[in-house]
Ligand binder design. Sequence first.
Ligand code: TXA
Ligand code: MG
Length: 343
Amino acid sequence: METIRLLVDKSGDNEGIYSQAVDLLNNGEVVAFPTETVYGLGAVATDDRAVKKIFEAKGRPSDNPLIVHIGSIEDVLNFIEEIPQNAFKLMDSFWPGALTLIMKVKPGVFAPSVTAGLSTVGIRMPDHEVALNLLRKLQKPIAAPSANRSGKPSPTKAIHVEEDLRGKIPLILDGGTTGIGLESTVLDITVNPPVILRPGGITQEMLQEVIGEVILPNKEQQQLETTPKAPGMKYTHYAPEAPVYLIESDQQIVENAIIQLKSDGKQVALLAPSNFHSLGADYFFTFGNEGDQERMGAKLYDDLRACDKTKANIILVTTTSTEGVGAAIMNRLEKASGGKWYK
Ligand code: TXA
Ligand code: MG
């Protein structure tokens, strides 16, 4: 299959592009599109055959449910059986935006593969002009996971989607680099107090300001759960080819590590704040100023992908605090590294 990537230009007339995307979706095809978090690979959420194509293109395990994207808050009433009071407050405060709410789904409204057999569904209204235009022109809900091959870092640029899915999907809407760069916060509001299943751009602190107590399980608590609540979180994720090791954000420690690794004959890629420079590493990528977590989150996946293009056989990534968005960044880094620290 030929994959075409079409630029959705802010100043241009994109009607032809949108109608191509809408036609493909209505004909049971999949289409990749930008959101404010990462690129999604979408299919009409009521079309089981189309949804199955998402799993196939990504190589995604079928027990991992998809997020449903909607174009207006009112759509929720059509799909959700019980909408908790908290949900209305959260939708008012954060939609459109990077918050996925897990709620009880009305039986039969979505294709079975969307929910992977669960009685709940994750639903969000994305805050991106292209995603919203597409949803509003289609007038149907779109099921969409991140548009990467399963296990790879999520795509924050259309070219990342192309690298992963070329030949497997017909169309990529190119809306430039995504803003947040990390996937949405997934919040289970079927329980009280609500539980963050996946930290993201909307932080625990932000949620608590609106609805009071919200639980963010720490690593140990997550591991104690025998059945992971967000099924996707149990798989290897966000990982480049070379092994990733986390390291304290301290120039002396990093420099010593690089000297040691080089003497062991390793080719080292370093991902660190800009003031670190390369410190002797073979490849250096920076996610910006030390402590600028927004920027670090926005660039992380692009940097991890860039490491894959080098000859490095080890990737060192400096860590950050788990305050605010740092919780999401560290969550993804733990997954990318499989929890390995360079010591
Ligand atoms: O920002 C995002 O959320 C992006 C964009 C495209 O919207 N989407 C995304 O989808 O990251 P995906 O499929 O890569 O991640 C969805 C996560 C998975 O960890 C999945 O297990 C969890 O949400 N999830 C989906 N439905 C669920 C449900 N009913 N109960 C618990 N977890 C669910
Ligand atoms: Mg994903």
